[in-house]
Design a protein around this ligand. Structure first.
Ligand code: ATP
Ligand code: MG
Length: 142
């Protein structure tokens, strides 16, 4: 069981001014922020990040959405971080997400669902290094 995960506050949430409210939910749930930035992804970066979904019918629209405006990747730490964070954000489709989850509270649709969470410890490590250099992480680890 690892203790790190990567969250992304997606472009729909940034556009709708939800950064503060979402971070409040994350920190209230006991996650520590280890590194954070606001970036606008280009097609290569978003496409690479979601490479596992390359063959899926929604891949192109997913890349278009993730490049539509700035997003906020955040490296988070908590015991059992991957599972705990996915529990906090809820199901991919907000219509199916449990009451009190971030997607239930703030998301509009299955494609525009306000937040990303890593799905395994292995992917969490890969995804954190997609956005943060060793130096950026070490500087924030006190
Ligand atoms: P994420 O990886 O962003 O945390 P997830 O793990 O809940 O989400 P995935 O199956 O990994 O869901 O899908 C990645 C993203 O692709 C979803 O968050 C959503 O934005 C989009 N997506 C997934 N399935 C669909 C679909 N059927 N139609 C449209 N968009 C979809
Ligand atoms: Mg996923």
């Amino acid at each position: 069981m690892g203790n790190r995960t990567l969250a992304i506050i997606k472009p729909d949430a940034v556009k709708n001014n939800l950064i503060g409210q979402i971070i409040k939910e994350i920190t209230s749930a006991g996650f520590k922020i280890k590194a954070m930035k606001m970036v606008r992804l280009n097609k290569d970066s978003a496409g690479g990040f979601y490479e596992v979904h390359k063959e899926r019918p929604f891949y192109n629209s997913l890349v278009e959405f993730m490049t539509s405006g700035p997003c906020v990747p955040i490296a988070l730490e908590k015991d059992n971080a991957v599972a705990e964070f996915r529990k906090l954000i809820g199901a991919t489709d907000p219509a199916e997400a449990a009451e009190g989850t971030i997607r239930k509270m703030f998301a509009q649709s299955k494609s525009e669902n306000v937040v990303h969470g890593s799905d395994s410890d292995e992917n969490a490590a890969i995804e954190i290094s997609h956005f943060f250099s060793r130096k950026e992480l070490l500087e924030n680890y006190q």
